[in-house]
Write a new protein. Sequence first.
Length: 218
Amino acid sequence: MSYEEFGLNRLKLFISEEHRFGTDSLLLGQFAAEKKADIVVDLCSGCGIIPLFMFDKSPPALAYAVELQAKATDLIERTIKANNLGGVFKVIKGDLRDNAVLRQIGRERADLVTANPPYFIRNSGFERDADSQKTARYDTDCTITDIVAAADYLLKFGGCLKMCMTAPRLAECTAIMREYSLEPKKITLIPSKSSKTARLFLISGKKGGKTGVQIEWK
């Protein structure tokens, strides 16, 4: 597998043509606001940029990257080794819909779950994409419900799910989170460059949280 080395301040990240990252991942990393004592789980981790971003700015106690695609997990393992993070950064290859995968982390163990999941609904034009792009962009292998259900399993009471999603799916996302008692507490709207409308949103939901949400523009 061919790969590139990307410098993230004092750390190294390995990416490939198939598994890269965008501005949305960096925005989510900033939005996560993890604490040094936190156990963090990043779902749909891709090349592992979000956990690595955390280790660069405010290292959590322990981070897990859960990723379905083997080529992406190979990149994360290379990143972990290059940065000597083997004791605090673990990669789990598998389907987050499989309880056996989540049990490798543990029920109600995480303080924070992050996810930058596929934005688009299946059968909406993915025939033009390569298999890796289909998995990353379309919810053929992972839906919003799958993400929220996994977060519900992993999070301690009072823990938070922080996620990035395309703006048209905001109502859907908040409804699903509330079904699983992950109460939306903060929503940050990311504007489009070409209009005054939102392009993406960042959302934070607290397990067992009380009703009440703060909404802001980035």
